[in-house]
Write a new protein. Structure first.
Length: 231
């Protein structure tokens, strides 16, 4: 079977729609969404509405928690500028949906135990530490996983270790891989083999809506280039 994996949609509806269409063409049996559905982008309500319509229940990411709970720290600059906008766009059904979501995904497919978090387990604010083999092995052991997904790094990456596979699918809506497009990952089971896709989407509506809502102009360059500009 094929499992589709998405992360970091960041309120970008055209990117989400392109990613879902790519997964449909791949014939995936299920789609996992690893959090940060919100933040930065201009379509928070529309993205949550589309996920509900698709029957998808993302795990909660750091940005989703910031929207729900005022106590969570918010990055200076673009983060603070977009958080108020995001909250202003959400409806009661959106908040109820967010409140119903979990912090992790744990399931077994074709005999392969798959566990997923946003960021580092127990702290969704932390970026995944793919450079630390020992830390990754410890997580595979702790969660008894053959495959461990850690979203939030905004870069597609994977490591195959002695006891399993660890991967970040990258970002659907705010990829930092150095090129425009939505990052999509496919897990082939029971082989436990990964494929990464870069899916193009129409930037026009995103850029138009960023300007229409008065969101930070720096985001336009990020969407075009796949990286934040140097300070």
């Amino acid at each position: 079977m094929r499992l589709g994996v998405l992360s970091d949609i960041h309120a970008n509806l055209p990117a989400l729609e392109a990613a879902l269409e790519a997964l449909r063409k791949e014939g995936v049996a299920e789609v996992l969404v690893l959090g940060d559905t919100l933040g930065y982008g201009p379509h928070p309500h529309q993205v949550l509405k589309r996920l509900r319509r698709e029957g998808l229940s993302p795990i909660l990411g750091a940005w989703d928690l910031r929207v729900l709970f005022l106590k969570f720290p918010v990055p200076e600059g673009v983060g603070k500028e977009t958080l108020a906008f995001t909250r202003s766009q959400l409806k009661e059904e959106d908040l109820r949906f967010l409140q119903s979501l979990r912090m992790s995904h744990r399931s077994t497919y074709e005999g392969v135990r798959v566990v997923a978090f946003h960021g580092w387990p127990k702290n969704s604010e932390d970026k995944p530490k793919f450079e630390s083999k020992d830390a990754l092995l410890a997580l595979l052991r702790e969660y008894r996983a053959q495959t461990l997904f850690l979203g939030g790094g905004h870069l597609p990456i994977s490591r195959t270790l002695e006891t399993g596979l660890v991967a970040d699918p990258g970002s659907v809506g705010l990829s930092l891989s150095g090129e425009h497009g939505a990052d999509v990952m496919i897990l082939e089971l029971p082989e436990n083999r990964l494929r990464f896709l870069k899916v193009p989407y129409d930037l026009g509506p995103v850029l138009f809506d960023l300007k229409a809502w008065g969101l930070p102009p720096i985001l336009e360059e990020v969407y075009r280039t796949g990286r934040f500009p140097s300070p």
